[in-house]
Each structure stands twice: as C-alpha cells, then as structure tokens.
Design a binder for this molecule. Structure first.
Ligand code: B12
Ligand code: SF4
Length: 458
C-alpha cells in the first residue's frame, strides 16, 4: 500500500520564498505532524512525505498512491483543497487532518473524502485499515492523545533540504490566550512526553540544529518545571550534541538552575511571546501570566542571555488598546527589553479561538470570503477591522515598527553585543538580517494587499 503525506504551501508567505532572501532557508521548518503520522503507520505501507515548501512535486508524473493524507494550517487550506482535488479526480481517496480540518470541519468535509479532527494517535491505524478495505468514513475524531501514545517521528523520511530538525516534547497549554489556537486544539492540560522517548528521538535527528516545536517548553507549574529540568539533565547526560531553540513563557527566566540545565542540554535560543507593551493589552488578550509579580522584563531577558541563550521576542499589533504610535512603541520597548530579535504579527482572528468569536460577532472580520481569504490568515496581513487603526494606519505602524527595530545601527549593535558576550552570534546574524531583508518584501506585499482589499475595510 502506498501512502503520500503532503504539506501544502502557501505562496503568499514570504518565509517560503527561499530564493528572495537566502536567510529564509532557516525559516522553512519541517512538517512534524506528517512525520508523526508516518511514525504511527505500519511497515507494510510505503510512505512518502512531500513538503511543498521545498518545491511543488510533479504529482502527475508520480505513481498513484492508495491514500493521500494532507495536513494544513488555516493559511494552507486553499492549496490543500487544490491538491485534494487533483488526487480525487484520479480516484485516490484523500484524508485531511490538522488544525484547519479541526476548526473548520464543515468546510473541509465538502472538499475531501475524510476529515480527521484532533490528534491522530488514537485513530490513525483505524483510518489506514478502513482505507485498505475501501471503507473510509467521512469523519473521524482523534481527540487528545496520551503523551505515551506519541510515537517517535520518522525523521528519516525528511532528512535533507532543511537547516533545522524538529521535535515535540510536550503538548497543550494552560494559559488559553484569546488569540491562540493551541489551547483550543491541543487542550489546556499540559502533557509531557516520557523523557526516554524524547532523548531517543533527539538522537535520531540528523540536523545539528533543532526546533523544539512545543508551544510552552517548560510549562507553568512547579511539577512542569521539575520535569523540564529532568529532561534537560537527561539530554545533557545522553550527550545528544544538538543546539536547539524553543518557545517558552517568560517564567523561564525565574530559575537559574533551569537556565543552566537548559544551556547545558543545548538550548541556544528561545522565542517568548511578550504580546503587548502595556498591561492593558495583556489583559485584553487574556495573557495575565505576563503580568505576574510586577515583572521586570529587561531583567528577565538579561538573566536568560547570561546563560548564552538568545531571546527572540514576539508582539502583536492591532489590539483594541493599540493607537497610532504603537509601532514605534513596540520597537522601543523590545529594544529596551534587550531582545535579540523581534517578530511582530497582526492580531488575527484564527478560527476556533475566542478572538474569532468576538470579532465575528461584532462584524469585524474584513476578509471573510472563505475559503479564498484563508490565504491571508498568515498573521502577516491585517485581516480584521481594528479599533483605532485603519488599514493604511496598521500597515504603516508595522513598517515603522520593523524599520525602527531593524535599523542598520540597531542591528549592528545587537550583533556586536552577541559577539562580545559570545552569545550565539550566528543566530543573531541570521535572525536580524532575515527580518531586515524581509521588510522590503513586506512593503511590496502590503501595497498589493491595500490595492486589492481596501474596499473591504469600509
Ligand atoms: C512549528 C510550527 C510552525 C512552523 C511550521 C512547521 C511546519 N511546516 O509544520 C513555522 C514556524 C514555519 C510556522 C509558521 C506558521 N504558523 Co505555526 N505553528 C507551529 C507549532 C508551534 C507546532 C506545529 C507542530 O509541529 N506540531 C506538532 C505536530 C505533531 O502536531 P500537528 O501538526 O498538530 O499534528 C497532529 C494533529 O494535528 C494531527 N494531524 C496533523 N496533520 C494531519 C493530517 C492527517 C491526514 C491526519 C489524519 C492528522 C493530522 O495529527 C498529528 C499528530 O497528533 C504550532 C502549534 C501547535 N501546537 O501545533 C503552530 C501553529 C500551527 N502555527 C500557527 C500559525 C498561525 C502559523 C503561521 C500562519 C503564522 C506564524 N507566523 O506563526 C505560519 C504559517 C505557516 C504556513 N506554512 O502557512 C497556528 C495555526 C492556527 C491555524 N488555525 O492555522 C498554530 C496552531 C499556533 C497558534 N498559536 O495558534 N509554524
Ligand atoms: S502562552 Fe503561548 S501557547 Fe499558550 S495559549 Fe498563550 S500564546 Fe498560546
């Protein structure tokens, strides 16, 4: 039996345009969900994974599979439907799963043979058996997997063309921020994989550098943090010799032992969602966690950096509290916190989130011709109507923000500081130059976007 697993591309997203900026090679990351599905698949299936971000395969010239499995974030949905259509016309059954299929079940059901909601671990074997006997159901629900059910991903099936490997050590996030899909999809309960599985899987990754895809690597409660320490100790002991980057909350900075263990285990950088420069913004999106204990963010960032770990900060633009001037404000606050790089995204109502419900009920979703408009749900386009910022206004704020933070003077200062402190200069160089290079690309795409959609914002 032959199985194709496909990660569709969205050509609008600048991060997949490798040829336009050579730094973008470092931003094409592996579709781990498909590698996990492959890990669940019995050996009598011959599996090929196609990641369209590395180039769209010539499907017509390939042998016909017995089953096609497609994954998709919301921004990939339209391309997913094109791929599904191609194979269905040839009589090959298509099953689609992942976050978009879960959040937009009815839309997806109309376009594929079978939709899988939730996590695949508990249901994939049954789907394969049903496909083998030509009895696929229209809908399956995988629910949430136990952490012991998560298999070792098939790293051997996607082992070239990427700068970074990928692994997941936990699922779920208890913080439930209003704009984020993670708590809605993976649940509020924080699930940590067995440490032995994670260590074994780390060893199987070929790349020297790895993205730990967890949404919140260390968790929030003392027992989560104790487990994170155990994991870091085990990775160091196993001498896996990887440099890895991960996403975490700011409480990472609160425990020197945790930081030292993470650094020893190979942690070279963390992404931290600061989200808003003002407490009112954090309250608006439900990220009260960042308000705890009157925290001094600059001090927290420095404590992490002292362990030779770089900090990439993420903010959102377009909150109800944001007024003209917010772009410069974010850039200056991020600079004051001392983050090594900054990633600012437009507030985007992703389906299934509380923000979606709020904006939908108030008629504030400007791009709502679905599925076509999903193409723009990349967080890099302002798809909603913002309270104090017009379309032109919010795009201007974004450009000002990036131009301020990534001015040549500031970029060189940051790189120099990372060289002086010997804090992973290569990461600082890649991060800063790739973001600086992408400002020009973003301005061009904003112009096209404005021309195409200005009437939707009135
Ligand atoms: C790593 C990651 C990335 C990587 C991409 C890696 C990749 N190629 O897949 C990068 C950094 C490039 C990225 C980019 C973006 N991301 Co992202 N990303 C993630 C993250 C943190 C982990 C994904 C992952 O590997 N999970 C681990 C695997 C094992 O889980 P999984 O993919 O969900 O797969 C399981 C199930 O979904 C299911 N399943 C999945 N596919 C299929 C297919 C079939 C056939 C079946 C049966 C089952 C099935 O089975 C799997 C095992 O249980 C998630 C958050 C999350 N927790 O998922 C956000 C997330 C998926 N990203 C998100 C977003 C918004 C984006 C961006 C649009 C914006 C941005 N700048 O972040 C871009 C767009 C990328 C694009 N190509 O369109 C949102 C998506 C929401 C939505 N409705 O689309 C998420 C959920 C984060 C969030 N805070 O809301 N992302
Ligand atoms: S802390 Fe991060 S992963 Fe958790 S709900 Fe908030 S944004 Fe999502």
């Amino acid at each position: 039996m032959r199985l194709y697993l496909i990660n569709p591309s969205n050509p609008l997203i600048s991060i997949v345009k490798i040829k336009e900026s050579r730094w973008n090679r470092y931003r094409v990351w592996k579709p781990l969900g498909l590698m996990v599905l492959a890990g669940l698949t019995p050996p009598d299936w011959e599996i090929s994974i196609f990641d369209e971000n590395l180039g769209v395969p010539d499907y017509p010239s390939m042998p016909l599979p017995d089953l096609v499995g497609i994954t998709a974030f919301t921004s990939q949905a339209n391309r997913a439907y094109e791929v599904a259509d191609h194979f269905r016309r040839l009589g090959v059954p298509v099953v689609m799963g992942g976050i978009h299929a879960t959040m937009c079940l009815d839309e997806v059901m109309e376009r594929v043979d079978s939709v899988v909601t939730g996590e695949a671990e508990g249901i994939w074997l049954q789907i394969l058996e049903d496909a083998r006997h030509k009895g696929l159901k229209q809908r399956y629900d995988g629910g949430l997997a136990a952490s012991t059910e998560i298999p070792i991903a098939r790293h051997d099936l996607l082992d070239s063309g990427y700068a970074l490997g990928a692994i997941q050590t936990t699922r779920g996030c208890p913080l439930n921020c209003s704009f984020c899909s993670v708590s809605a999809f993976n649940g509020l309960r924080y699930r940590q994989r067995p440490i032995a599985d994670v260590v074994q899987e780390f060893k199987m990754i070929r790349e020297k550098r790895v993205l730990v895809v967890d949404d919140n690597l260390i968790g929030t409660r003392p027992e989560h943090i104790a487990r994170a320490k155990e994991l870091f100790r085990a990775l160091a002991k196993a001498n896996v010799r990887k440099e890895w980057i991960a996403q975490t909350t700011i409480n990472f900075a609160d425990d020197d032992e945790l930081l030292a263990l993470a650094a020893k285990a190979g942690c070279s950088g963390v992404f931290i969602g600061f989200e808003s420069p003002v407490p009112g913004g954090l309250l608006e999106i439900g990220k009260k966690f960042n308000l705890l204990n009157g925290r001094d963010f600059r001090d927290s960032v420095q404590r992490i950096q002292r362990f030779n770990i770089i900090v990439a900060g993420s903010f959102i633009i377009g909150l109800d509290i944001d007024k003209p001037g917010i772009g410069k404000h974010i850039a200056e606050v991020a600079d004051r916190y001392g983050v090594d790089s900054l990633n600012v995204l437009f507030l985007t109502p992703l389906p299934g989130t509380r923000l979606w419900e709020k904006m939908k009920s108030k008629g504030r979703i400007a791009l709502d011709a679905f599925p076509e408009d999903w193409n723009y749900y990349t967080l890099t386009y302002p798809v909603a109507r913002y309270k104090h910022l017009s379309l032109d206004g919010i795009l201007r704020e974004m450009i000002i923000c990036n131009r301020t933070f990534y001015s040549l003077q500031r970029v060189l200062r940051r790189i120099w500081s990372s060289v002086r402190q010997n804090r992973k200069p290569w990461l600082s160089i890649i991060g800063n130059f790739s973001c600086r290079g992408n400002i020009r690309l973003a301005c061009r795409s904003y112009e096209v976007y404005q021309r195409q959609f200005w009437d939707r914002y009135s």
